[in-house]
Design a protein around this ligand. Structure first.
Ligand code: CTP
Length: 406
């Protein structure tokens, strides 16, 4: 549920620190990447080792202990986080934050972050009702901080009242809700987008194969962009050396036949399929079970056609949007149009791979987006990641215009 969400937990000194250990455990189990930062007082209750073991990450407490010389840790963590939670938050940290005081790693990071900050107070009921604390909380509310109200019950100090740190399960549920509702407003939210990327490998024998120069960069950029636009994204990937994009379900395949099976199994409930992969058009007719030994004289490998996955999807099409790519070395737009029609596509992204800013392995691309409704939109050279977002946004806009026109 919280896959790849980056959460910074700031732990300040109160008896409820032990509950923060459970919170880290539950957030990590839900898939979040959790980093923990502690104040000195927090370390009087629980050692950093407990948090390190639960989060499987280093724990930060000393502003001047720079673990990585390439970055300034408190700024780096402040920038890294999608969400910052202060739990338990003492009256002291609330007072400091309300007054812009930065005198330790936690308070310095809290001032430096632009991420959303949630504060989960825990303290004695009379401290919580103290006018200064009430004033500080009100000011932080005004400044845009969100509070996870403490619950009522037995307090460690012997009182019964409001001041208990909210239960970790409840905090995790609130975090999950927050990430879901953020996604609900995105244009591809609730829609499944299937993207293929990279080359396929067609085996000759156990040590050799036929393939192409595709690195998967464009397809991976499309998957990242689709996920960022809220889609439930499935990336069907040939062998590439790229890290798996955050928030994307990846299915690794090797050959065109395996890609075909994977795409078919994801097709029925897909809203959109984007075929960025450079699928081999031919494969060796026979895969030798043993390594082929060299012979005197020349050799031939007999090739047979692989299935044209995109064309088959076009034939099977219900109401999925089909987006193809066309890699051309000449007459790019003309050939692209031909593929758009012959494969029954909704869109095709055409690129002339001979352009110095385009093609395999490059970080930039230059393309033209064509649609079956006559759209002809060139995009100038730009980074593949930026381009991927623009392409998907253009398609989303075209589709909403089409629905409007109906
Ligand atoms: N494609 C596919 N299955 C294949 C070959 C291509 O799904 N066996 C898809 C690609 O993923 C791409 C589109 O078809 O989205 C166009 O691929 P491209 O290599 O440009 O064209 P081909 O159709 O293979 O035609 P040609 O090689 O003759 O240019």
């Amino acid at each position: 549920m919280l896959d790849n969400k980056k959460i910074l937990l700031c732990v300040t000194g109160g008896i409820a620190v032990y509950k923060a250990v459970a919170l880290v455990s539950k957030l990590s189990q839900a898939g979040a990447d959790v980093r923990v930062m502690m104040t000195e007082s927090a370390m009087e209750f629980v050692t950093p080792l407990s948090f390190q073991a639960m989060s499987r990450n280093d724990v930060y407490f000393d502003t001047f202990d720079e673990k990585d010389s390439q970055v300034i840790a408190h700024i780096d963590l402040a920038d890294w986080a999608d969400l910052v939670i202060v739990a338990p938050a003492t009256a002291n940290v609330i007072g400091k934050l309300a007054n812009g005081i930065a005198d330790n790693m936690v308070t310095t990071t809290l001032l430096a972050t632009t991420a959303e900050v949630w504060i989960a107070p825990a303290m004695n009921v009379h401290m919580y009702e103290n006018k200064a604390v009430v004033r500080n909380i009100a000011r932080l509310h005004e400044d845009g901080y969100r509070f996870i109200e403490p619950s009522e019950g037995f307090l460690a100090c012997g009182y019964v009242g409001k001041g208990r740190l909210e239960e970790p399960e409840k905090i995790v549920a609130l975090v999950q809700e927050r990430f879901q509702s953020k996604r609900a407003h995105l244009p591809l939210s609730g829609k499944k987008v299937v993207i293929t990327a990279g080359p396929t490998r067609e085996r000759i024998d156990p040590v050799r194969y036929v393939s192409n120069f595709s690195t998967g960069k464009m397809g991976y950029a499309m998957a990242e962009a689709a996920a960022a636009l809220g889609a439930d994204t499935v990336l069907i990937s040939g062998p590439v050396g790229l890290p798996k994009p955050a928030g994307v379900r990846v299915i690794d395949i090797e050959s065109a036949a395996e890609m075909f099976e994977a795409v078919k199994s994801e097709y029925d409930d897909a809203y959109m399929v984007v075929k960025s992969a450079a699928v081999a058009d031919y494969r060796p007719k026979e895969i030798h079970p043993q390594k082929m030994k060299k012979q005197s004289g020349d050799s031939n490998i007999e090739l047979e056609r692989t299935v044209d996955i995109l064309k088959t999807l076009g034939e099977m099409k219900a109401d999925q949007l089909l987006v193809g790519f066309a890699a051309e070395t000449q007459h790019a737009v003309e050939y692209g149009k031909g593929k758009l029609e012959s494969k029954n596509l909704d869109y095709i992204i055409v690129n002339d791979v001979t352009d110095p800013d385009a093609g395999f392995g490059k970080d930039t691309n230059v393309v033209t987006l064509l649609s079956k409704n006559g759209l002809h939109q060139p995009f100038q050279a730009m980074p593949k990641k930026e381009l991927a977002t623009l392409l998907l946004e253009t398609i989303i806009r075209e589709e909403s215009d089409t629905i409007h026109d109906r």
